[in-house]
Design a protein around this ligand. Structure first.
Ligand code: HEC
Length: 99
């Protein structure tokens, strides 16, 4: 993980933009799993606003879920995103559920 990532406002902001572009359709604009594409998807898109996703311990897990996808679900692997973009998404997701 890049040093200072979870504290970086810039990383969170870049991650937010990437999230709206790529992820909100399934995970919802707020990350709560209620995006328009969720209908009929089983298992449903994860609610990212609650632990373990909003928890610092899971940063590496979030990274690998985005990088590799989740086998046996509709969650694709995002090989089109750069490493930096994936970490920015991690920073954003980690900030969800915190006020
Ligand atoms: C086509 C719909 C879809 C899109 C688009 C999508 N996801 Fe997912 N995502 C899912 C589903 C379905 C799951 C639930 C997998 C499960 O419960 O096994 C999931 C799970 C996850 C998880 C939890 C991983 C786990 O181990 O359960 C994370 C983190 C995640 N998505 C992040 C993202 C990010 C970041 C993006 C955008 C780059 C994204 N997703 C785009 C459908 C989607």
């Amino acid at each position: 993980m890049p040093p200072g990532l979870l504290e970086s406002r810039e990383a969170r902001q870049r991650g937010h933009g990437l999230f709206l572009e790529n992820c909100a359709i399934c995970h919802g604009a707020m990350g709560d799993g209620r995006g328009p594409r969720r209908v009929g998807i089983d298992p449903p898109p994860a609610n990212l606003t609650v632990p373990p996703w909003s928890d610092s311990a899971s940063a590496a897990r979030i990274y690998s879920a985005i990088h590799d996808g989740v086998h046996g679900s509709a969650m694709p692997s995002w090989r089109t995103l750069t490493d930096r973009q994936i970490w920015d998404l991690v920073a954003y997701i980690h900030s969800l559920g915190k006020s």
